[in-house]
Write a protein that binds this ligand. Structure first.
Ligand SMILES: [Fe+2]
Length: 516
């Protein structure tokens, strides 16, 4: 077999591998990282870029694979220097992390990295709510200065504004992290976000390779041209081509030489972006390279379109759910937020019990919908200021049947299809004395048992029309008394575990911001 045939064979194999990998990914950001990693390898290029088209800003947004991106760091909130800084709500500047009693070396071990100096700034809202933390590692001089602390604090304040404003913050955070790392000149910067249900910090962006975030005006340059015309371009020497926009290279200090760019289109021909590979390590890109990239672009476009459709569908569902719960809150302001609290509490219990992300999502949706039927209960009963009569209790109990009747009419995607059955059983009891069906322990879905605990705990610890709220400890005593008859022991234990994990920690021994 000739070398060319052998190389074509390998390429085909690689293309099929790419197709297999992309086909299974439904998240646009992770998909972007996969695409770029594969492109750089397939074309032996120095860099590959994926630009996605943003119709609102008429811009192409680049997403680069780089350094440790894609290796999501997840660390428990109550562990390590980052968690310490965030819980203490103060900046921590540590010169030798291995000498710090709060340092957790497991992360270094898992990444094959050696941290020396570290600077952490918590991300806090104006009212003190914790959003996460900004972490900078390994200043070449060995320590972060007071100026570095100021720059990181300013960056943290900007990040908080972006996050609170609800902009497309992953891009903003990525740009901010890179700018900060470049300004301060350290090895790596990471943004951790607080994940309330799991009480963990997840890195939203960790930058450390040579990637940069670029936003290009689609009216300029080769990528814009390909996106607008839907055509492909193979440029041997970019700086000699008048269509090439040098400003990005000038801004980033990168020198583009050879360039291959192909448009990405939906099945109906709508442009959704371009994929480009830059600087072939040997020679310039060939016609065969172009044909391969065009074939791969088709695969990428399908994967991106699927991921976007899915994201759109998820967004539609979550906004519909939000609108439904708001309607419930308007109906009775005093129980405003009850469904949200039940959902939060249920997810916390599910997390302790080891549920995966999809299961937690189903639990959250079932919890949000469980009491929806309250909108069908008469106001005079719901808002009565005093104990309810037997007849009134019966009327309130009807909310479960109303919920079931309403949500049974909704077509749920496969992921949420069990939500109606779970919601319908949230007032069932293990001893069969619950309502509406009097199910027994083994007939009640596990998630409904969790909802039952979360619902009662959330209701007891909140003020109601006919009574004041009770303390957490009192509520737990009431739950304990119902274990085996009304409540599932595992769900109650998981709630206690969650409350213990999230209890405000005692003040830490070292007051200094410069830990030893
Ligand atoms: Fe209920």
């Amino acid at each position: 077999m000739s070398d060319t045939l052998q190389s074509n064979d390998k390429r085909l194999e690689h293309c099929l591998e790419i197709q297999r990998r992309l086909g299974g990914e439904r998240n646009v950001d992770r998909l972007a990282q996969l695409v770029m990693r594969e492109m750089t390898g397939l074309f032996d290029a120095e860099r590959s870029s994926l630009f996605l088209f943003d119709w609102e800003s008429m811009e192409l947004r680049a997403r680069f694979a780089e350094g440790v991106v894609g290796r999501a760091l997840v660390v428990p909130l109550r562990m390590g220097i980052v968690g310490t800084a965030i819980l203490r709500r103060e900046l921590l500047n540590v010169t030798n992390v291995y000498a710090s009693p709060y340092f957790n070396p497991d992360i270094d071990s898992s990444l094959g990295y050696h941290t020396e100096s570290l600077l952490v700034v918590p991300l806090l809202t104006a009212d003190g709510r914790i959003l996460g933390g900004l972490e900078l590692l390994n200043k070449p001089s060995g320590f972060f200065t007071a100026e570095d602390e100021q720059a990181a604090s300013d960056a943290a304040a900007r990040l908080v504004r972006w996050i609170e404003r609800g902009d497309y913050y992953p891009a903003a955070i990525e740009a901010e992290s890179i700018a900060l790392r470049n300004n301060i000149g350290c090895d790596r910067s990471t943004v951790f976000m607080l994940d309330v249900p799991t009480s963990r910090l997840a890195s939203l962006h960790a930058d450390g390779g040579d990637g940069r975030l670029i936003s290009l005006n689609m009216k300029l340059g080769i990528a814009g041209l390909c996106a607008v015309t839907g055509s492909s371009l193979n440029i041997a020497e970019a700086w000699e081509d008048p269509r090439f926009d040098r400003t990005v290279d000038q801004r980033t200090g990168f020198r583009t030489r050879s360039l291959l760019c192909v448009a990405l289109k939906t099945a109906s021909g709508q442009p959704i972006g371009v994929v480009e590979v830059i600087n072939r390590r040997e020679g310039v890109f060939s016609d065969s390279d172009l044909a391969t990239l065009e074939a791969v672009a088709g695969i990428i476009a399908v994967a991106i379109e699927n991921a976007m459709l899915l994201a759109d569908q998820e967004r539609q569902f979550s906004t519909m759910l939000d609108a439904m719960t708001r309607l419930m809150d308007v109906h009775d302001p005093l129980i405003a937020g009850h469904s949200c609290r039940v959902a939060e509490c249920s997810v916390a219990i599910g997390s302790v019990l080891g549920f995966n992300a999809e299961e937690l999502d189903l639990l959250r949706v079932a919890a949000m919908l469980a009491d929806y039927g309250m909108i069908g209960v008469d106001d005079t009963v719901l808002k009565k200021n005093g104990p309810l009569t037997e007849t009134e209790i019966e009327l309130v109990r009807r909310h479960v049947e109303i919920t079931t009747r309403i949500i049974e009419r909704v077509h749920f995607t496969l992921k949420y299809r069990k939500a109606a059955v779970i919601a319908a059983a949230h007032h069932e009891r293990l001893d069969g004395k619950g309502y509406p069906r009097g199910l027994h322990a083994n007939e009640i879905p596990v998630m409904a048992k969790i909802l039952a605990v979360a619902d009662v705990f959330s209701a007891l610890t909140a003020k109601r029309h006919h009574r004041e709220s009770v303390s957490c400890d009192e509520a737990l005593c009431i739950l304990d008394a119902g274990i085996g008859s009304q409540f599932d022991a595992g769900a109650v234990a998981a709630l206690k575990q969650h409350l213990a994990n999230t209890a405000t920690p005692a003040p830490l021994a070292t007051p200094s911001t410069n830990l030893p």
